[in-house]
Design a protein around this ligand. Structure first.
Ligand code: F6P
Ligand code: MG
Length: 463
């Protein structure tokens, strides 16, 4: 990983800033960050209370103090101070950039930089300690949210088993059409991962799929996808499969753990079973990040939860059939994991403060690797902000222009963003759509903050 000058390899358009009171940047800094820090304080405090080792308790107390100080600094609009050296090389990258930004204050700074800084600074409180170095203050929260999604998990497990054990004995054109419909459904389930409408789920038979495609709920949800490049993506994967290419890799730059990771694995397992790809590489974070992002242990936790669902979900009401469905998922996905067809690949690049405009210059090895994939899927909102530099683009700006080097004709990488909108930045919209969605609230893009709308945008840098 190479350090780079903050201002090079960045979007030419200004990034959203916490000083803009009409933006979600401001709302996040004012309302969300203090709450997130309070939750982390409560978690570490409770965990410390349960310990008896004095050294561990002392370290825990020190972490709580540092978290409380950070919260105070945010709420009182203090200057962002350099991150203390915790032994990792990325601290210098953060601090160099902070200096170049002119030692900004919390309410007058680029949103993307300051939000990444917040989580990196938080990690620096844990990383140098003896007992808390790998502690994730959001772990308990992630687990309880996942437990609450048991009903949806059970339903998806049943559908998944039906789909992957279905026979393929229709005529070829029907099989391709069926594959395309299932592919679209799986991708859309993956897209709406953190607010899945169960009526979006796929079904086994061609007739059922057609019915589903025609269903009102499905149509309604599709109408909320403001740009949808899925047909192009299907063609790319289908052609690669037909070409007889033996090794076809899919990379997923993950977002959140729990239910969202669960649907990512539904997608990964489906694509492997259908042989639309032969290998899936998952990119988790390597430190607690934006509360719910996937850490490697969240992946193993998820597999363990499916292996013994009654214990994990504390759900003795699960029927034998439901348990079998969840255990089927475990053996199917664990089989792929053990054989190396699904694997995790960590990289500190994903937790740097900059946008993905910097990928070729800052993480050339990672970039070269991603170029070998048939497709690289970027999940969720933060990845979209990083792809586009979290900049104040005109919303009709073409996606390829907004993603900079990755959007070049010969970037060598195929980029797919699966994003429900939870921030201000958006590109690739038809002319007039943003104005229509803003309605009377012309000053802010509040429609883009709630996750109700989505964009599925693709750029083929191998074409
Ligand atoms: O603080 C708000 C926020 O950071 C977003 O706007 C951000 O991008 C999101 O939370 C995280 O969403 P996701 O998990 O989809 O990346
Ligand atoms: Mg996230």
């Amino acid at each position: 990983m190479h350090a780079c000058v903050a201002n090079s390899h960045s979007a030419p358009t200004a990034p959203y800033r916490t000083s803009d009171q009409t933006s979600f940047a401001y709302v996040s800094a004012r309302d969300r960050w203090p709450v997130i820090l309070t939750q982390a304080i409560d978690d570490v405090f409770r965990t410390t209370r349960d310990h008896t080792d004095p050294e561990k308790i002392a370290e825990g107390k020190r972490i709580v103090e540092k978290l409380a100080k950070l919260k105070y600094e945010v709420q009182h609009d203090r200057v962002l101070s350099p991150i203390e050296d915790d032994g990792a090389a990325d601290v210098k990258i953060y601090n160099d950039e902070l200096e170049q930004l002119g030692s900004p204050k919390w309410f007058n700074v680029s949103w993307l930089y300051s939000e990444c800084y917040l989580y990196r600074r938080l990690h620096s409180f844990f990383a140098p300690t003896k007992y808390w170095r790998d502690y994730d203050p959001f772990h308990a929260q992630k687990n309880s949210t996942f437990r609450a999604s048991l009903a949806a998990v059970v339903e998806l497990a049943t559908r998944y088993k039906q789909i992957v054990t279905a026979s393929h004995d229709d005529k070829e054109e029907v099989e391709v059409e069926k594959e395309k419909l299932l592919f679209t459904e799986m991708m859309e389930i993956c897209l709406w991962g953190n607010a899945t409408d169960l009526s979006l789920l796929t079904s086994l038979t061609y007739e059922d799929i057609q019915k589903l495609q025609g269903s009102k709920a499905r149509k309604d949800a599709e109408a909320n996808i403001l740009a949808n490049d899925l047909p192009k993506v299907f063609e790319v994967l289908r052609k690669a499969k037909e070409s007889g290419k033996v090794s076809r890799r899919l990379d997923i730059v993950l977002d959140n753990s729990g239910f969202e990771l669960f649907v990512d694995l539904v997608l990964a397992g489906y694509l492997l079973e259908e042989k639309l790809v032969t290998e899936v590489v998952l990119h988790p974070k390597c430190m607690p990040w934006f509360v719910s992002d996937v850490l490697p242990e969240d992946f193993t936790d998820l597999l363990a939860a499916l292996e013994d669902p009654v214990a994990y979900f504390n759900a003795s009401e699960l029927t034998e059939e439901q348990q079998t469905g969840l255990k089927f998922l475990h053996s199917n996905w664990n089989g792929f994991y053990q054989s190396g067809q699904i694997r995790l690949r960590e990289d500190r690049f994903w937790t740097l403060p900059g946008s993905y405009w910097r990928l070729p210059a800052v993480a050339p090895e990672l970039y070269e690797e991603l170029k070998t994939a048939e497709l690289v899927v970027f999940k969720g909102d933060l990845n979209y902000r990083k792809l586009t530099g979290d900049a104040e683009w005109d919303p009709t700006t073409p996606f390829e222009e907004a993603i900079g080097p990755l959007g070049k004709k010969d970037s060598g990488m195929r980029t797919l963003a699966l994003r429900t909108c939870k921030a201000d930045v958006v590109v690739g919209l038809p002319k007039g759509k943003d104005e229509e969605l803003r309605g009377e609230d012309v000053l802010s893009r509040k429609w883009g903050w709630s996750g109700k709308w989505a964009v599925v945008q693709f750029w083929d840098g191998k074409a």
